[in-house]
Write a protein that binds this ligand. Structure first.
Ligand SMILES: *Cc1c(COP(=O)(O)O)cnc(C)c1O
Length: 363
């Protein structure tokens, strides 16, 4: 047996280490996970009630088209219902968009250090991947534009960018959208959009009226705290959404996830309080990095990428031994780690552990 030649070399996705594994492997009783940009404050209480109520319908297939949830979201975003598609996390929308738009040999453009799933799914479709270096941790939109050819099908922009946390401004994005040819689908991933406070940030959904070739991705996994339920969405021109719907699995989201997402959309207070707590966490962490003389990228998400000036794998191991899980080993940033913002107590525990590790691992 041989699979498709282009998938033979693909790695299996390595998620942030689960807390239970680390406890068992290292014999630790207290372990904190600051590795996967999850919400340290959990999720909305009203989502919890909705989930419990929906459990009694577990034997009934979900509504594949998520009709009620779509109606609620369309109303909230001020878009038509046929401009929205739901997925099993926004990762599912990434997969479906690649499946619908990329044929072998098609070109697709992305940053060289960004969310791994763009490249992963493009490789599965055997597309030609063009990676454009970040510039000081930021998407270099003019350089990405310069790589567009008649063979380009998708350009991926992660805003804020995972793992660096940087944003491109509304102005930069508009200049890019105005210049990019119509045959190119621009996928704007706003997984962390709800955290951004900078007024220069663009709300991708507001741009949809002006550009038919834009697809905005969002998720309930991050600020809404529903990571394990696997629900996210794409918003774009109805033609784009229809193509993606054509490759969608019939039942790609669950009843409980739809119910949880519906309830979450009504709890703006939860989102606002998490966003504020996260902002304070970013302020705290970056002040500590300054005190320790460590450079970092200005982050607009719920994580910070900081230069520990040592091989990041060694810092990862040192932190793990002290019960703190973070992400390391970035291809283009070998001395950087990415830490998710935790609760104030978790942030303090991380900083204390980091100080010890920095003394232990010499430069
Ligand atoms: C976490 C994340 C997603 C999607 O996560 P799902 O859980 O699949 O919704 C998408 N894009 C980026 C940049 C992310 O960090």
């Amino acid at each position: 047996m041989q699979p498709k030649a282009n998938i033979v070399h693909l790695p299996v996705y390595q998620p942030g280490k689960p807390v239970e594994d680390v406890k068992r492997e290292l014999g630790l009783s207290e372990v904190i996970k600051m590795a996967s940009n999850e919400n340290p404050y959990g999720f909305s209480e009203s989502a919890k009630s909705a989930i419990i109520e929906e459990l009694s319908n577990t034997h009934i297939y979900p509504d594949g088209a998520s009709v009620q949830l779509t109606a609620k979201l369309a109303d909230k975003l001020g878009v038509a219902t046929n401009a929205i598609i739901f997925g099993s996390g926004s990762s599912d929308i990434i997969l479906m968009a690649a499946r619908a738009f990329l044929a072998p040999g098609d070109e697709t453009i992305m940053a060289d250090e960004t969310f791994s799933q763009y490249k992963h799914n493009a490789e599965i479709e055997n597309a030609r991947i063009i990676e454009v270096p970040l510039k000081q941790g930021k998407h270099d939109l003019p350089a990405m534009l310069a790589k567009v050819t008649s063979a380009t099908k998708i350009v991926w922009i992660c805003n804020p960018n995972n793992p660096t946390g940087t944003i491109v401004s509304n102005e930069e994005l508009l200049a890019f959208m105005d210049a990019v040819p119509d045959h190119v689908l621009v996928i704007l991933d706003e997984a962390y959009g709800e955290y951004v406070k900078d007024p220069a940030y663009s709300d991708g959904v507001r741009l949809l009226g002006s550009y038919r070739n834009l697809l905005v991705l969002r998720t309930f996994s991050k600020i809404y705290g529903l990571a394990s339920f696997r629900i996210g969405y794409g918003v774009g021109h109805p033609d784009v959404v229809r193509f993606i719907n054509q490759v969608r699995e019939p039942f790609n989201t669950t009843r409980a996830a739809q119910a949880a997402a519906r309830a979450s959309l009504s709890d703006d207070a939860f989102v606002a309080s998490c966003s504020q707590a996260n902002y304070e966490g970013i302020q705290y962490l970056t002040a500590q990095f300054q005190r320790l003389g460590l450079a970092y990228f200005e982050s607009h998400g719920n994580f910070v990428m900081v230069d520990v000036r040592r091989p990041s794998g060694e810092v990862f191991t040192g932190l793990l031994r002290r019960g703190v899980i973070i992400r390391a080993n970035w291809t283009h940033y070998p001395t950087y780690i990415r830490v998710s913002v935790g609760t104030p107590e978790q942030n303090e525990a991380f900083v204390a552990a980091l100080e010890q590790v920095l003394q232990e691992v010499t430069v």
